[in-house]
Design a binder for this molecule. Structure first.
Ligand SMILES: *Cc1c(COP(=O)(O)O)cnc(C)c1O
Length: 271
C-alpha cells in the first residue's frame, strides 16, 4: 500500500463545524464524511466497504441523537459511560439503536456498560476486563471489545503501552463474554500530520505483528483510529473504524480535556 504524505489534519477547523439542527443537516454531514472516507480509501487502493463510520454523539442532546437516528444511524459512540447510559435509558423506544462506549471505564461503572452497550472500545486493564466479564455474565450478555493502545507516548493518554499489548492479548480468552475485535487508539492531537500518521502506523504494525499469534477466539481484524480532524490519515494507514463526532453533529463546546486528559489538565483526575 502506498502512503500519501500530503494529507493534513484539520483539528484547527473544529470551531467551524456548524451545529446540525435538522435531519437534512445530519444527512448532508454524514454523506460528506462518507465521501471523504471513500476518497481516502481510493487514494490507497482500499475497498470503501472496509471502513465503518461510527458517529460520536457525546455532549449532544437527545434531540440531536434522534435526528441522527432519523438520518439512518443505528450505532452511536459515547465517551462517558454514565452519559451513554442515561441516553440509552431515555431512548429505549428506538429498539434497534446500538451503543458503542469509546471512553475510559472505571471498574465501578462496568455494571452500566454491561447492561446496555454492544461495543466497548477502550479496554486498557485486566481489572476492567474482569469487572466487565463478571457483570456481563450476570446480565447474560456479551460485548465486542477493542484494546486501547497509547500510541502517542503521552503519559497523560489512556491505553496500554504498545509493549504491554502482546501479554495482555494472551490473557483475554479467559473472558468468555468479551469478544475481542481489534485495537483502538487516539493519535497525538496535533497539526503535524506526519507525527499523527506515526501513531496510526504504530497501531497497524502492532496489529499485524499480533494477528498471527493471537489466541483462538481473539480477533484482531479491526483498527479503530481517526476522528474528525484526522480520519483521512487514519484510513490511509488502515483504519477499519473511524469515530467521528464534530464533523457530523457540529462543534462541541466542551473542551476535549474533559474527555481525555491532556498535558494541561493532568492534575484533574479524569472521570
Ligand atoms: C469525542 C471522541 C471522538 C470524536 O472526536 P471528534 O473530534 O468529535 O470527531 C473520537 N474518539 C474518542 C475516544 C472520543 O472521545
Amino acid at each position: 500500500m502506498q502512503t500519501p504524505v500530503g494529507t493534513r489534519t484539520s483539528h484547527d477547523r473544529h470551531g467551524l463545524y456548524p451545529e446540525a439542527t435538522t435531519v437534512e443537516d445530519l444527512r448532508r454531514n454524514l454523506a460528506s464524511v462518507r465521501e471523504r472516507i471513500d476518497a481516502a480509501c481510493h487514494r490507497v487502493g482500499r475497498d470503501p466497504a472496509s471502513v465503518r463510520l461510527l458517529p460520536v454523539s457525546k455532549t449532544k442532546p437527545e434531540a440531536s441523537l434522534r435526528l441522527a437516528y432519523a438520518a439512518g444511524c443505528r450505532v452511536l459512540g459515547e465517551n462517558k459511560p454514565q452519559e451513554a447510559y442515561r441516553k440509552w435509558e431515555t431512548m429505549q423506544d428506538l429498539t434497534d439503536l446500538q451503543w458503542s462506549v469509546i471512553g475510559h471505564l472505571q471498574t465501578n461503572k462496568a455494571k452500566l456498560v454491561a447492561r446496555f452497550a454492544s461495543e466497548f472500545q477502550a479496554l486498557d486493564s485486566m481489572r476492567v476486563a474482569e469487572a466487565l466479564e463478571r457483570r456481563l455474565q450476570a446480565e447474560g450478555r456479551s460485548l465486542d471489545v477493542f484494546v486501547q493502545v497509547n500510541t502517542s507516548g503521552e503519559a497523560s493518554k489512556y491505553g496500554l503501552a504498545s509493549e504491554d499489548v502482546p501479554a495482555f492479548i494472551q490473557e483475554l480468552p479467559t473472558f468468555s463474554a468479551l469478544r475481542v475485535r481489534g485495537l483502538m487508539t487516539l493519535a497525538l492531537f496535533s497539526g503535524e500530520a506526519e507525527r499523527v500518521r506515526q501513531c496510526f502506523i504504530l497501531l497497524r504494525t502492532l496489529r499485524d505483528q499480533l494477528r498471527d499469534s493471537a489466541p483462538a477466539g481473539v480477533g484482531l481484524d479491526e483498527l479503530s483510529m481517526g476522528m474528525s480532524g484526522d480520519f483521512e490519515i487514519a484510513i490511509e494507514e488502515g483504519a477499519t473504524v473511524v469515530r467521528v463526532g464534530q464533523a457530523i453533529f457540529g462543534a462541541r463546546n466542551t473542551l476535549d480535556g474533559h474527555y481525555w486528559p491532556t498535558d494541561s489538565n493532568t492534575e484533574e483526575s479524569p472521570s
